[in-house]
Design a protein around this ligand. Sequence first.
Ligand SMILES: Cc1ncc(COP(=O)(O)O)c(C=O)c1O
Length: 571
Amino acid sequence: MSPTILLYLAGALVAVILIRKAQLRIELSLAKHRSLAGHARWSRRFAALVPFYEYDESEIFRADDAPEDVAATRRAGFMRLASIYAQRFPRSARATAEVESGISDLQFTSRYRVPFQFSSYVRRHFKPATFLQSSSGATVTDLDGNVLYDLTGSYGVNVFGYDFYKGCIERGSALVRDLGPVLGAYHPVIAYNVTRLKEISGLDEVSFHMSGTEAVMQAVRLARYHTRRSHIVRFCGAYHGWWGDVQPGVGNPITARETYTLKDMDEASLRVLRKRRDIACVLVNPLQALHPNANAPGDSALIDSGRSAHFDRAKYAEWLAKLREVCTERKIVLIFDEVFLGFRLAQGGAQEYFGVCADLVTYGKTLGGGLPVGALCGRKDLMKRFREDRPADVCFARGTFNSHPYVMGAMHEFLRTLDSAELRAKYVGLEALWNGRAQRLNERLRAANLPVQVANLSSVWTITYSQPSRYNWMFQYYLRAAGLALSWVGSGRFIFPIDLPDADFTAVADRVLSAAEAMHRDGWWWAAPGLTNKAIKRRVLKEMARARGLSLPSGRSARPSAGTAAPSSRA
Ligand SMILES: Cc1ncc(COP(=O)(O)O)c(C=O)c1O
């Protein structure tokens, strides 16, 4: 063959490779969600550009240009609520203030409860009160003796009410007391835990960890080890713990180079999975079915009423089935991250509820019976941590506290009780029960002409706001004043025990309604005719530009502050 032909052939080969690379790149871009949450790198760049500024006393009640009389009503309502807080939560607030400077997590959560422009003013008047003295069933009691319905769900742990977990811890501790804190060797209770987890997950083997984050890390590491591929796929908005590779956007200071963040419930993502050869695993957090492609909703991001949520079980199940098919076809490991939802939707978890089997499944939170835990269940071939033919090529994962006797004891009691007729009965008609409750509350809110609705995935709820407003974040303070305890994400997540009695639910619903009525009376939901969420966003962007010293044509003034802390939120 002549050198010229060889040159042509080499050129053609290079061209084919480059075209193929470009195709893959384009397909990857098409599979990214258009929001910032879909573009990890851009979201970090944007976050770094957001300047700190805050509203002063004259702006705080008129960030939407409300007339003076509305601003005065808001101010009066705000001050009244603040004095209720001061009278009702003094000891809890004092105890929080005493430790705040020494607990960095507390400083973070206190700061990020409302959009940053309002944050310091609100904090001056509503002192965070993070201390509690006791819990019972669905309620908690603070240091001042206030009994509040607990809607925090302890980050999702509380599936059956706090007394249930106290029982698991007590009985579990009694089981393992003689062995005590000995690590490395196992207490015999572990055998039952392994048997039950294998039955529940439908998988062959189990490994124990200390947190959900660790269980996810191990799942991903094993997927990479066995497929010998580098990249992981997570879906836009999904939370899988705080480890770097699964949190590529805001919150993680460095780039997660081996993570693809793809659009949830979208054919373009399936195309990427079909074509690329570097994908080891796909992570699914089924909680995203409530708000696909959006981050976990928190009130600090409530700059307008753009939060939306809607759960469609059939559609999500159909999506998971397609995902299962593509993963099988491409030998990609499908990981269900059930750390949050495991045991909440069905006894067999999200796999049973959506009718799809994964290759690896992570559990955590409630599984520990009230103690900290993470667990990974998986197919035998994927769980193996060594290669028979290459003894030095191992996949290491242990951890000092894995299989701690007390955790295994409480888990034993959790799993044993889960199998009882009494607990099995709690899952019968569960979805209809919670859908009916959500529907009835929505009807009551609509009948009262309040711009608040709830969306739910069984017993996990989020509040949505049906009319544009800059002040929806105030709702969390009215809810607390009405006797409802929320986590730091405020109205973004209500997590109920699945077996909450009707009378308690009615009390919670009454309180949501009365809180919304009070907020309405205090003028927070006044809106200029024709106001849109888009207009609110545009205005805030202009304020940011101005605070960075860029001049833009119109908009209200925003006072730049000496502090320049860039806000960030949990991705
Ligand atoms: C789906 C999911 N995965 C993983 C985690 C991390 O679990 P942990 O906080 O126990 O590390 C969480 C925590 O909220 C979660 O919701």
